[in-house]
Design a protein around this ligand. Structure first.
Ligand code: AKB
Length: 313
């Protein structure tokens, strides 16, 4: 029998698509969606769903027992921009949720965990181009600090208690099924909605702010692929990469398909966060260790986003 899988944060941007893909692979009944709020129609209709607060250890334990869960994907988190406005709340949520799940594995109730890290672990002192797997890691954002602490705790639980926990450092993830909330890379999703609706978009980052990005299909592929790798000898939070672009470069590609699209720029507080992050990422370690390689480039990303949002190319 396949392991029963629990996705926490199944109504969020990545959680939604992860549930749908995992249900396709492992069967609807084997993948339990859970979130503090109900989600996307497809998620709610295609299999089990539990209303669950990731801060409530007892409720999580009940759901884990009820379905005999063996694997948990912990996708609930407070992202970079919103975390700057709520530092203490972000720290509490991002850390306690992780401890709640790590402890279940420490107590041998579950066998395997996926916990996402982010390019936000890097800071202004990190090399900006082709950022290596191992380098200076001194984040200056609340979110980045929580992700770095999370990586260190995962490494600790792995070494000390043999917990099988796996992580990737997601770049900005672009998708159309569920919108992201509270991130710095969110402009690269919002832009598509506005390009179709209004034919113009005001970017909250400057035109030349280059950041690492990835289409959702690749992000899901990396996540599942890493979880399917046989053994987890050492905890590594893997760099993964697909493409890098600035708002101006993205707008140019969108203009190819939406010719009257106009872009304006009015940077806000998110600029400082973006300026502290790398521009491109070296993911050769993931490529070497588990054969990871992104498939979607910027042109295919733009076409898929526009089509996904029912724009006729
Ligand atoms: C954010 O912008 O906060 C996230 C991330 C890069 O982790 N998308």
């Amino acid at each position: 029998m396949d392991d029963k899988i629990l996705i926490i944060g199944s109504s969020g941007q990545i959680g939604t698509e992860l549930v749908l893909k995992l249900r396709k692979i492992y069967g609807n009944e084997n993948v339990i969606a859970s979130d503090i709020r109900k989600g996307n129609y497809e998620v709610m209709e295609s299999g089990p769903f539990e209303l669950l607060d990731v801060m409530n250890k007892n409720d999580i334990a009940e759901v884990v027992e009820k379905y005999e869960i063996k694997q948990v994907y912990l996708m609930a988190a407070m992202l970079s921009a919103i975390a700057e406005r709520n530092p203490k709340k972000a720290w509490d949520l991002n850390m306690n949720s992780l401890f709640n799940i790590l402890d279940l594995a420490k107590d041998k109730i579950i066998d395997k965990i996926f916990w996402p890290s982010s390019i936000a672990v890097f800071g202004p002192d990190t090399p900006k181009m082709n950022t290596p797997q191992n380098t200076v890691i001194k984040p200056t954002t609340v979110y980045g600090i929580s992700k770095l602490a999370g990586e260190n705790w995962c490494a600790y639980y792995h070494k000390k208690y043999g917990v099988d926990v796996r992580s990737v450092r997601y770049p900005g993830v672009i998708s159309y099924k569920t919108t992201p909330g509270g991130g710095t890379t969110d402009y690269a999703v919002e832009i598509f909605y506005e390009a179709i609706r209004k034919k113009c978009y005001k970017s909250f980052l400057t035109e030349d702010t280059t950041l690492p990005m990835m289409y959702m299909d690749d992000a899901i592929d990396a996540t599942i692929k890493l979880m399917q790798v046989d053994k987890n000898k050492k905890y590594i939070s893997y760099n993964i990469a697909a493409m890098s672009f600035s708002p101006k470069e993205l707008s140019k590609v969108i203009k190819k398909y939406v010719p009257d699209f106009e872009m304006n720029y009015k940077p806000d507080s998110r600029q400082e966060i973006a300026d502290s992050w790398p521009q491109s990422i070296d993911d050769s370690k993931a490529n070497k260790d588990w054969n990871w390689k992104a498939k979607v480039d910027i042109d295919e990303l733009v076409r898929s986003m526009l089509q996904g949002l029912h724009y006729t190319l």
